[in-house]
Design a protein around this ligand. Structure first.
Ligand SMILES: [Zn+2]
Length: 303
């Protein structure tokens, strides 16, 4: 899927290719249509391909009109830790509608309406521009919800325990692959150097010794040693460990920023004030390599 950009449109994960054609995923359709075993949708798709209702795309294709499918490999667990490669399908609008016509669930009609709406939004260019990671987190949430439902049925003593356990295993495999996708989509975390860390601690002390974020929590103990209840925070982006992109803050502030309960934008003033005061101190480092007066925006990386 290297050539596909993942976007979110009206809550749907939509992949867009170089020709700006949009695709939705087989399991997303099946789950939204509340197919009892969502991956069974792949059998339906395979049948439609066999009878040439759906056409597999191999790279570029001239004809924009038609029910097209992109095939990619995915892994499922077959039990006892063994893995099997299966085909996973991305469908264009027409293909998605063909598939939904064959899913005889009460929800299928409503999902057909949704698909038409989503693709209309795509054509109008109203993509929300949500990051790939956001869309994947949403997918993770959906999978977890499904997993919890299955687990609940199991604890209620559902009769076909074997089938339910098999379903749980599949869900866990999908969860794991979704987590891997999220990980791959996130920028790589880069640790600050020891010298950047000690510089942040030193300047925090010189600026009064309070957390530069909440400005209340004490960052040093009675013995004047740095408190353990503090963290180095990548304020700009996890892949930017330069000193002017980071700060040393109390754990409650760090937790609130990491969980998102405090928005980064809301502490932008505190962050700016800390670094303005820091660089005004005698002997301050501009950044790690540039020294005083080095570039101030960490090379333009943003998280
Ligand atoms: Zn704080």
């Amino acid at each position: 899927m290297a050539d596909l950009a993942l976007r979110t449109v009206d809550g749907w994960a939509v992949w867009c290719d170089a020709e700006d054609e949009a695709w939705v995923r087989d399991l997303d359709i099946a789950e939204r249509a509340e197919l009892k075993v969502p991956r069974d949708v792949r059998r339906t798709i395979a049948k439609l391909i066999e009878e040439r209702t759906l056409i597999i795309v191999g790279g570029a294709h001239d004809d924009k009109n038609g029910a097209f499918v992109r095939v990619q490999r995915a892994f499922v667990e077959t039990g006892k830790g063994a893995q099997r490669e299966v085909d996973e399908y991305l469908l264009n609008e027409e293909a998605a509608l063909h598939v939904l016509m064959l899913l005889r669930t009460p929800r299928a009609i409503e999902v057909r309406r949704q698909v038409v709406h989503v693709f209309m939004l795509v054509r109008r260019g109203r993509l929300t521009g949500q990051s790939a990671a956001d869309a994947l987190f949403q997918r993770l949430g959906d999978l977890l919800e499904r997993h919890e439902e299955t687990s609940a049925r199991l604890t209620e003593g559902f009769l076909d325990v074997k089938a339910e356990v098999a379903e749980v295993r599949v869900e866990l495999t999908e969860l794991r692959s979704a987590v891997d996708q999220v990980r791959a989509a996130l920028p790589k975390r880069r640790k600050p150097t020891e010298s950047a860390k000690s510089e942040l601690v030193r300047t925090t002390r010189e600026l009064g010794g309070n957390c530069p974020c909440c400005r209340r929590a004490r960052m040093f103990g009675d013995d004047d040693a740095p408190t353990r209840f503090a963290e180095f925070d990548h304020h700009r982006s996890v892949d930017n460990p330069s000193i002017d992109a980071m700060w040393w803050i109390c754990k409650p502030c760090h937790n609130a920023l990491t969980s998102g309960s405090t928005k980064r934008n809301d502490v932008e003033i505190q962050f700016g004030a800390f670094h303005a005061a820091r660089t005004a101190l005698p002997g301050a480092q501009g950044d790690l390599f540039g020294g005083k007066g080095g570039k101030k925006n960490g090379g333009g990386q943003h998280g």
